[in-house]
Every structure is written in C-alpha cells, then in structure tokens.
Design a protein around this ligand. Structure first.
Ligand code: HEC
Ligand code: HEC
Length: 518
C-alpha cells in the first residue's frame, strides 16, 4: 500500500484501523470462565461456601430427585473424599471419619485439613481424591491448591504436586522437572520397561520416606523412580486428571444409545474420514467408557483403582499393594486396607453401627460420583457463543463430540433414568495421529487413540488434552491435526480441523466462546 501524499493524520487513522482490525482478526480463547457451581448448599468455611461437588439436579423429564438415603450417601461421600490419607491411625490430625461440629453441622474447615486412616501407600501420587479433582469445584478436573493449607497467611494456589503433596509431613521427595508450579497436575506412565517390552502402567511419583508424623516407618528407604533419566529416554507419557462430575449420568447411558447415536451420523462422518470404535471390555464385551482412552468399565472400578493407583490404598476391588516394602507400612496396616466394615468393635472404624459408616471409602466415592451433577453451562451465554453452538455442529466437531445422549429408560435410581446428558462425547475412541499419540495401548485403544473428551465443563478447565499440553482452546483444536506417519495413520479429525481453519475469524471466535460457555 502506498501512503505517499496522505496526511500524517490519515496515516494515523489507517494505522489505528489496522490495529483494530488485526485485533478483531486474531481469535482468542477467552480464558477460564469464572463462577463456581455449588448446588449442594450447606458446606461453608467462615461463612464462605466451600465449593463442593454439585448434587444431581432433578430429572428434567420426570421431576424425580435423589431420595433421602441417596442424599445422605452423597454427603458422606464428600466427607470421605475430603479426608487426607496418611500412614497411621494415631498420627493423624483427626481420626474421626465424619468431621462434624458440636452443633452437628458439617465441619466448616476445608476437608483437606483432616487426616484419616493408616492406608496411604508406600508409593502414591497424592493423598486425597480432591487434590487432583478440584477445578472449578471439588470433584472437578485438575486445578490449583493453596500450598500451605491451615497456614495463617495462605499462599497463592498452585499445582499441588509442586510443594504440597511431595513434602506433606516432611516427606523427602524430589519433585520431577515436569511438575511446574503453575502447570498441570501430571501423572506418569512409562511407555516401555527397562527390558524394552511394553509397560503402559502408572509409576507413582512419591514415597512416604521421611514422614515425620509416623515413627513406625522411620526405616523406610524407598526411592523414587529416576524420572529424569526416563524423561531423557523419551519414556514418559503424561496424563492429567479428568473431572468426576456427571459420571453417574454417563454411566447410565446404554450401549445401544451410544451405537445408535454413532450410526445416525454415518453419512456425515464418511466424507470427512471419521470412523472411531468403542473400547470394549475383554470379558463381557460391553463398551468401556471412563478414562482418556475409555479404558475403564465403571465409576466403581475407577474408584477402587484410583484409591490404589493414586493413593496406594488397597481395597476389595484392588486388594494388593503397588509397593509391599514392609519397612514403609505401619505394623498395623491391614490388607486390603479399605473394606466393608463388619468387625465386632469400633476399633478400626468410627461408629459403624451408623449405616453410613458400613461402606468403605472407595464405595462411598462411587456413590458420590453417581449423584454428582454434570457441569453446568453458562446460564447466560453471549449471542456469539449461541452462534458458535451451530458452527460447532456445522464444522463437524459434533461428529465426535456428540452433544447429547439419553440415559436408560429404567434405572435403579429414578433421578438417573430417562434424562438427557449433554456430554459432548460419542464415547468412542479415535485415531488422533502422531501429534497426540502417547504410544500406550489400553484395552482396544491403541497408541494414538483417545476417547472424544466430554466437553461439558470445558469452559472452566485450565489445561487441555490428555497430557495437559496447552491451556489455549485454539491450540487444543489445532493439536487434533496430524498427517499420517510410518507409525500412525492420519488423524480422523483432519477433515474437521481443515473446515475449522477455513471459517472466518468471527466464526472461529464464536466456537471458542461457545466452548467457554460449556
Ligand atoms: C494424583 C492425581 C489424582 C488423584 C489423587 C485422583 N485422580 Fe482421578 N484421575 C486422575 C487422572 C490423571 C485421571 C485420568 C486417568 C487416565 O485416563 O489415565 C483421572 C480420572 C478419573 C476418573 C475418570 C473420569 C472420566 O471422565 O472418565 C475418575 C472416575 C476418577 N479419576 C476418580 C477418582 C477418585 C474416586 C479418586 C480418589 C480415590 C481420584 N480419582 C483421585 C488423577 C487423580
Ligand atoms: C475425530 C474425532 C474428533 C473431532 C472431529 C473433534 N474432536 Fe475434539 N477431541 C477428540 C479427542 C479424541 C480428544 C482427546 C484428545 C487427547 O486428549 O489427546 C479431543 C479433545 C478436545 C478438546 C480438549 C478437551 C479437554 O478437556 O482436554 C477440545 C476443546 C476439543 N476436542 C474441541 C473440539 C472442537 C472445537 C472440534 C471441532 C473443530 C473438535 N474437537 C473435533 C476427538 C475429536
């Protein structure tokens, strides 16, 4: 463009316009949507409501709500999941299983402060479910937590794997370089064992070595794996926490509904190259659906498994420990640790003549998850976000991120049955190509296959994709694209990403705004 002969003023205006239009051209992730969803009421800290998992809303089709027993179990589940696990019963701050104030109310402290039980594994990733599931409310996905809970001057919240968990009670853990202060919570799997054969399992970050609150394990000399060497060898695969919200609803969707929804889009998927397949249980052949690769059958299995994998706490579903070094478990730690309480005395558990205390923690976790509501979308989405909803479908995003499915016509609990679930996932796994591949196979999901992440709640998540590689939605979308390589086929999402890239800047922005409204 020639500016010769134009006045300085005109140039200034032109520059201003240019700056304005390029600002309008660059689509931008509007960032984490504020506000917390807290439909349960009751839990407060010094008059301020504690964010906690939202109780499932009434069934929109029938008006059915949770009954009194379901609600009581849900609240008990919040308390159990809020307890901090440690290595001994009597070294804990609080041994009571259900903190209540003298007035019989729920404890006004954030549940994080209270320790419970002798179950914490010699190796673990954390000592509380909510350490990794706290964004935007307890039960959410991975977020930040105050590193000095209970301190008189609270520090700004950060990745709990940076200072809080590795050094709790003086434990001498070395923080691997991949855990950043304000980065995603990362847990690690190893791609291969030292002999070169496939591994794929989780390798826990921390050990209980050096615990100052338990003299019975002072001989524990366990060391952490050499994460630096494994990282150098390219042997690490990261996973970030998914959310615990709305999982009872997802579990209540029948396989036939998942398959029918998929069949319904066959004519649209064909031309853009989207196929996908369900991950299935090797035993009963039904569709498995939880985890980044849809590798787990049920929230109950996930609860038992997470208790053992994340915290090293053995239970009826996962009865043997991931680390059995006798120097690192207290002398009175029973195996499995967390079981249905049928003992004749109250020594091992508190007041289990109370029916709410019969159930082991891991069972309470699955009840908590079953009756936790799905993430609530923005009640007042902008006009552009509304437009983005249509564009999300037209561009083909909805071919994998299915906006809605229905739960089974008859369920044990009427609150769960015959209702819509706005999950934005087809529950299938798809080839996503080499860029996202983590070289780990789980069930029938191969090294580059992942479940279409349920996008409900994505508006309030901080980190995206299985390894938390970005906190920018635009980057998350661009990472869906991968050409074929010798190892992996092209990403099934390539056609849709291509269409997305051809949208106008305003249209792309509308899709980002829509995502942040979820
Ligand atoms: C150290 C962090 C950490 C802790 C502690 C933790 N989780 Fe998770 N959670 C994760 C990660 C990482 C994933 C994704 C796992 C995968 O697919 O490989 C996940 C996924 C899940 C899922 C699957 C959700 C979905 O959409 O499919 C459930 C259910 C779950 N966790 C429940 C729990 C429960 C219950 C506890 C407490 C017993 C717990 N988690 C403790 C990190 C954690
Ligand atoms: C071929 C199926 C497919 C299509 C088409 C697709 N996605 Fe995805 N999407 C996935 C899978 C699989 C993942 C998980 C990938 C991973 O974590 O490695 C994902 C993850 C995401 C995430 C990250 C969610 C999170 O919490 O980490 C966002 C955001 C997203 N998709 C948005 C979109 C949008 C917008 C479009 C359309 C432009 C789109 N997707 C098209 C399959 C698809």
């Amino acid at each position: 463009m020639k500016h010769g002969g134009k006045s300085a003023q005109k140039i200034a205006i032109a520059c201003a316009l240019l700056a304005f239009s390029s600002g309008a051209l660059a689509q931008k992730d509007p960032g984490v949507r504020g506000g917390i969803q807290n439909s349960g009421g009751g839990l407060q800290q010094q008059g301020i409501p504690i964010p906690h998992p939202p109780l499932i809303s009434p069934n929109p089709n029938t008006g059915a709500t949770v009954n009194d027993n379901e609600r009581a179990s849900f609240e008990e589940g919040i308390l159990r999941a809020g307890q901090l696990e440690s290595t001994c019963d009597d070294c804990a701050d609080v041994t009571d299983g259900s903190p209540v104030t003298g007035a019989g109310e729920l404890d006004p402290m954030f549940p994080q402060f209270h320790t419970n039980s002798n179950g914490l594994g010699a190796r673990h990733n954390a000592d509380q479910c909510f350490v990794c599931h706290a964004q935007p409310s307890l039960g959410g996905s991975g977020g930040f937590i105050v590193p000095n809970p209970g301190g008189s001057k609270p520090l700004p919240a950060e990745n709990p794997q940076f200072r809080l968990v590795p050094h709790r009670y003086g434990r001498q853990n070395i923080v691997p370089s991949f855990e950043h202060q304000f980065g995603p919570i990362r847990e690690v799997r190893f791609k291969r064992k030292s002999d070169g054969t496939p591994d794929g399992g989780v390798h826990q970050l921390w050990t209980v070595r050096g615990s100052t609150n338990d003299t019975t394990i002072s001989n524990c000399a366990l060391t952490q794996p050499d994460f630096a060497a494994e990282e150098k060898a390219g042997n690490l695969a990261f996973r970030t926490p998914l959310q615990m919200l709305g999982l009872g609803l997802i579990e209540s969707i029948q396989d036939r509904e998942i398959l029918a929804q998929h069949d319904a889009t066959a004519a649209l998927r064909g031309p853009v190259g989207i196929t996908g397949h369900p991950n299935r249980s090797g035993n009963d052949g039904t569709i498995t659906r939880f985890g980044w690769k849809a590798q787990n059958k049920s929230i109950t299995i996930f609860a038992g498994e997470a208790y053992n994998v994340e915290m090293g706490i053995t239970n009826e579903a996962f009865p043997t420990a991931t680390e059995e070094d006798p120097d690192c478990q207290g002398p009175n730690k029973p195996e499995p640790n967390d079981v249905v309480r049928t003992d004749a005395t109250n020594v091992k558990n508190q007041d289990f003549d109370n029916p709410l205390h019969l159930m082991p923690d891991w069972q309470q976790f699955q009840i908590l998850m079953r009756f936790t509501d799905g993430p609530a979308p923005d009640p007042n989405p902008s006009e552009r976000a509304k437009k983005g909803k249509g564009l999300f479908a037209e561009t083909g995003c909805a071919l994998c991120h299915t906006p809605q499915m229905q739960t089974a016509p008859v369920m044990n609990s009427p609150v769960l049955q015959n209702r819509p679930v706005n999950l934005f996932s087809d529950m299938f796994v798809h080839h996503m190509g080499s860029r996202l591949a983590d070289d780990i196979s789980q069930g029938q999901a191969g090294g580059d296959e992942f479940r279409s992440t349920p996008l409900w709640g994505v508006g309030q998540r901080i980190f995206f994709l299985h390894d938390g590689r970005t906190s920018d939605l635009l980057q998350a979308i661009q990472n869906h694209f991968s050409p074929a390589t010798p190892k992996y086929p092209a990403s099934e999402a390539n056609g849709v990403v291509h269409k997305f890239n051809q949208l106008s800047p305003v249209e792309k922005q509308a899709i980002l705004d829509f995502l942040r409204s979820l």
